[in-house]
Design a binder for this molecule. Structure first.
Ligand code: HEC
Length: 152
């Protein structure tokens, strides 16, 4: 509260500056550096915000479930793919172009990692991946791993 009030006060004081003290140069065309500095700052804030939203480190928070034609239709794969969405894996991992790119693309993870390696990674997580030990039941873990193992 205090901080916001102090900021507002400072803002009002700054805005009142030209009214209080009318000496000095005020015409914009005579103060190119001040104008340029403001333009550059506004431009930077705007462009960095745009770039920030595009960068892959941002999980894709609104990722829809995987399409059925991507996953196939055996029961195991349907359960695993549903968990892949429900447990938020898809926010960070892409499969066939669907999902976020915070973590590695898992379209062909079945060719890269064994089942044991998949289990280990999912249970332990990584620097930027949450550990799922204790989050997934043994059956859910089997379903997700079973699904990922089909991704070759
Ligand atoms: C917050 C983002 C995030 C979420 C959510 C997430 N992961 Fe990850 N995952 C990562 C990152 C980042 C890595 C890379 C870790 C590393 O190598 O240091 C990774 C690595 C992996 C790997 C190893 C991939 C490889 O090629 O080595 C697998 C498999 C994996 N994740 C599966 C899953 C599953 C399954 C889920 C959901 C139960 C999940 N992840 C949820 C970020 C995430």
């Amino acid at each position: 509260m205090m901080i916001i009030a102090a900021l507002l006060l400072a803002l009002v004081a700054l805005l009142a500056m030209p009214l209080v003290s009318s000496k000095g140069e005020q015409s914009p065309s005579r103060r190119p550096w001040a104008i340029a500095a403001v333009v550059v700052m506004v431009g930077l804030v705007f462009s960095l915000t745009v770039v920030g939203y595009r960068e892959p480190w941002l999980p894709q928070f609104k990722a829809p479930p995987l399409r059925a034609q991507t996953t196939g239709s055996t029961n195991l794969v349907i359960r695993g793919a549903a968990l892949f969405h429900r447990q938020s894996c898809i926010l960070c991992h892409q499969i066939d172009g669907q999902g976020g790119s915070r973590g590695p693309n898992l379209s062909q993870v079945g060719a890269r990692l064994s089942r044991d390696q998949l289990v280990w990674r999912i249970q332990n997580g990584a620097a930027s991946m949450p550990p799922y030990a204790g989050v997934l039941t043994a059956q859910q873990l089997r379903d997700v791993v079973g699904f990922l193992a089909t991704r070759k």
